[in-house]
Design a protein around this ligand. Structure first.
Ligand SMILES: Nc1ncnc2c1ncn2[C@@H]1O[C@H](COP(=O)(O)OP(=O)(O)OP(=O)(O)O)[C@@H](O)[C@H]1O
Length: 272
């Protein structure tokens, strides 16, 4: 198994540290002793089969759910602190794009993007409008999409709108829950490119939850594969695709895994 957290590769101080986290819902065990860390500036993905606990782990990092045991630190702060609302400034340092219900259906796209600016700042309405326009442009949405309601936009445009809202406050860290789910391959490829552009333009650290293997190959710097409640492996896609860990092998060498690897020029017989 590839153990990035114990390797010398962890150079910069981590932005996120998950240490020995276990999570239970009643008698159902979701995580057993999960540890991982995310370094500033990387695109880190949490991958694994459906129901393995990817979204719950993201919710624990954000402070929306309390692990049964273990600790989570974000920007060096213990999650118990910000879960209790004792670190309000922390909420302005990260943005979140949730998988579902990302935009308020009763608000126009521009009002959706303006929500955090109106809630957390005392900027003038004129400045807020200007910032919203910049954020819509940054995610590749045309100006005339601003006055539209979510129902009038395509799935890909709604995802981009949700991303514009997540970066409205200029966060250092962006959480993306299944950023390409429900999108056709063309729109998904556009989102991949957008994530890479946002990372390089804004210097963001990105943590994403996904089981989209194409997305993982295209954008992830490192990936943690979760299965059976544990971290089965952490590493680059190329490293993981050579892993001998049975759960990781199953994930990467199934029909979808092989198809994605072939597209991204990974040769399973080669050792490189
Ligand atoms: N609030 C909750 N109460 C009880 N069980 C929960 C709760 N939230 C999540 N679970 C359970 O925890 C497990 C992990 O859920 P999670 O949403 O993290 O999976 P996932 O890996 O993100 O799956 P998917 O890829 O299908 O979205 C599931 O069995 C789910 O039913």
């Amino acid at each position: 198994m590839i153990q990035a957290d114990s390797s010398a590769a962890v150079a910069a101080s981590p932005i996120i540290e998950v240490s020995h986290v276990s999570t239970r819902f009643g008698t159902a065990v979701v995580h057993r002793d999960v540890s991982l860390s995310v370094r500033p500036g990387e695109i880190f993905a949490i991958a694994g089969g459906s129901g393995c606990g990817k979204s719950v782990l993201m919710r624990e990092i954000i402070g929306l759910h309390r692990p049964t045991s273990g600790t989570v630190r974000l920007f060096g702060l213990d999650s118990a602190t910000y879960r209790a609302g004792r670190a309000p400034a922390l909420y302005q340092r990260f943005g979140v794009m949730f998988q579902q219900g990302a935009l308020f259906s009763s608000l126009t796209l521009e009002d959706n993007v303006a929500v955090p600016l109106r809630e957390f700042t005392s900027l003038s309405e004129r400045l807020i409008r200007d910032i919203v326009a910049v954020k819509l442009a940054a995610v590749g949405l045309p100006m005339d999409s601003g006055p539209k309601y979510p129902a009038e936009l395509s799935g890909g445009m709604r995802k981009r709108g949700a991303l514009a809202r997540a970066i409205a406050m200029d966060p250092e860290l962006l959480f993306l829950d299944e950023p390409t789910s429900g999108l056709d391959p063309m729109s998904s490829a556009g989102i991949d490119e957008l994530i890479l552009n946002l990372k390089s333009l804004l210097g963001l650290t990105v943590v994403m939850v996904t089981h989209d293997l194409d997305l993982l190959w295209r954008v992830a710097d490192r990936v943690a594969v979760i299965g059976d409640g544990r971290v089965l492996g952490i590493g680059t896609m190329a490293e993981l695709s050579r892993s001998e860990e049975p759960g990781v092998k199953q994930y990467f060498h199934g029909p979808r895994g092989r198809g994605a690897a072939a597209k991204h020029a990974w040769n399973p017989e080669s050792n490189t």
